[in-house]
Design a protein around this ligand. Sequence first.
Ligand code: ATP
Ligand code: MG
Length: 283
Amino acid sequence: MIRIAIQSKGRLSEESLALLAEIGIKIDDSRRKFLAQTPDFPLELLYMRDDDIPQVVAAGTADLGIVGLNEVEERGFPLQVVRKLGFGACRISLAIPKAVEYDGLAWFEGKRIATSYPGILKKYLADNKINAKVEVITGSVEIAPAAGIADAIFDIVSSGGTLVSNGLKEVEKVFFSEAVLVSAGPLADEKQALLDEILFRLDSAVVSRKKKYLLMNIPESSLDEAVRILPAMRSPTLMPLTAKGWYSMHSVVEESQLWDKIRQLKAIGAEGILVLNIDKIIP
Ligand code: ATP
Ligand code: MG
């Protein structure tokens, strides 16, 4: 049995559950419970506030955690990032009132900065040799300047809309975060085997997300050229069509190259091109 801590309610919870579902681990939505099991896999889910996840993993109460890298960094427990998960992207930035002129980091010298991330902020200020007063606020940090509690804020930004609507502007992007899978280090054999299985599934899900399955008809005279355009895991699959001189060709392409490949294939006479999503790729 392996135990994973995930956020119970918040920005990461839906996507954490969706990711587990994507790798075949479905949890009946019993989020009111603190601990949930799954029929598909020897796994227990521990639902908690995201702030507590690093500590719970460091203490061994959970073997793994899905949490923002910002919380991992802020809490400072010695954890290993096992995988970056590609969702929950945000950054922690310094922001000041829009009307104030900004002339570089030295502006912050002697100023008061409100934040819920004092650990990351103090390290950044020390690294840049800035003396500023850090005011720890847990609630709505963005109202601190208007409320007269601080001159600036250090807070999470994703689109920047919240800053603008509070009359602030982002002046320094300090820390970039996304959701990560963390552990406290080596696991016992049985748990490590389960983690390996989870990672195997996760990696094939991530790989397949960036790829497309391509099918098309190719005239025989263009086959060599088509194979050159479309390298596949071994080589593209070819099947003769009943129409003489034509083949059906199948291959897998990187999504980023899709339109370029299609353009090249059309230029050598490919017809009836189909592009399909891939559910899983098991190399
Ligand atoms: P909890 O009740 O679990 O403590 P919370 O209010 O601290 O929740 P959320 O707002 O749900 O946290 O955010 C969880 C994580 O989502 C953040 O720590 C961060 O990693 C990520 N995130 C992504 N975009 C944003 C954003 N725009 N604002 C806040 N967090 C974001
Ligand atoms: Mg929190």
